[in-house]
Design a binder for this molecule. Sequence first.
Ligand code: TYD
Ligand code: MG
Length: 448
Amino acid sequence: MRKKTIYTCQQCGHKTARWMGRCPGCGEWNCLVEEKPAPRGQISPGISGSGPVPVTDVLTIDEERYTTGLGELDRVLGGGVVPGSLVLVGGDPGIGKSTLLLQAAFSIAAQVGVVLYVSGEESARQIKMRARRLQALHPNLLLMAETDMSVVERCIQEINPVAVILDSIQTVFHPDVTSSPGSVAQVRECTGILMKVAKSTSIPIFVVGHVTKEGTLAGPRVLEHMVDTVLYFEGERHQSFRILRAVKNRFGSSHELGIFEMGNSGLAEVSNPSALFMAQRPAAVAGSAIVPSLEGTRPLLVEIQALVCPTGFGMPRRMTSGVDYNRVALIMAVLERRVGLKLANHDAYVSAVGGVKLDEPAVDLAIALAVASSFKEKPLASGLVVLGEVGLTGEIRAVSGMDKRLQEAAKLGFTRCIGPQREQQSTLLGIIDYTGIQSLAEALEAAM
Ligand code: TYD
Ligand code: MG
């Protein structure tokens, strides 16, 4: 009998019976790889039990989270580590994933118990050198350089640590699967095993995953679906800020941000990021607006900068960093049609300062005012923060979490806020001078 083979897309995990140039699942070119189907009886994250039971009779241990000792990491996890959870930490190479997890491993080892740190990327000696630099040496922190998943699994069962770190999922392999480490089949099989181990032993497991240039976890998107929590570690390579962001969390909010600063002795937590972001803000220049944005439960003051200048020739250029490109294009169109700014023959560059990515609509008004301010070469009033969603007719819509935002602005010494009219009744308005506006044109008038 002919041996059956299947072709699996290395990007999305789509399976076909024959090779194709382009994956029918995700449309990527040249990503189907031949794989032998895994032997019967394995795979599938083993969380299945023994048939249906009434929800009231299901035995639970009260969810006892423990802290990692890193407040910013706890925040993103939703308030500490959940026993038996499988957490994926993704990010560009060199961004600091190993550093973050080694620091977390050390403080868990020092406070809670034995932690197993498995690395397929570095030797135990290399990890020790790093740990020494981070002052993260503790006898409860066990290092193991290993890439064979079956050995890792056995070790976890034998040692029974309070947490396991695996760096990285792309370097481990299971001997029963023939394809090479990092392939969809290997990654899926190894993740399935980790899931089974985590659920059956209640040991929380942290897994590192590398990110491709397109910003997705290298190869298998499937990985994201399998784990409980997906965290991304991001930042501008040339800046010291690092932002840890939850993109999926079965045990908490998926909008939380944790902010760190990379220094000579590892990552330091930034517990008051607004102050840090505001520290280098230029005084009274055109093209800058401050928005009290709300990421998860924490308000964050961020400066939006814009530079608008006449186009040399041809098509005007538009560039953004940290804010959505399409959103900026839309807001500029609204400025052109509803306010009458002649932006069509102008290049525009818009960025959120500090390496944060802002995707909430409350940032709209700050983008609009930064662009208008740069276009008119007139700075916004000093001590001013702005917020509000911009609609297609130029109306300003209400935003949520007003009290938290205004409190944060007042705490950092801002005295005035321009925002949606509807918020005029907010209880906290006493602490800041609030101007409610209905349209973009009104906002321009009030701000400059
Ligand atoms: P690393 O954790 O190895 O990144 P990843 O695991 O995501 O690939 O981080 C490596 C970078 O961090 C490297 O460029 C050096 C820098 N770094 C510091 O600046 N200070 C430190 O104390 C450490 C340990 C690393
Ligand atoms: Mg690493």
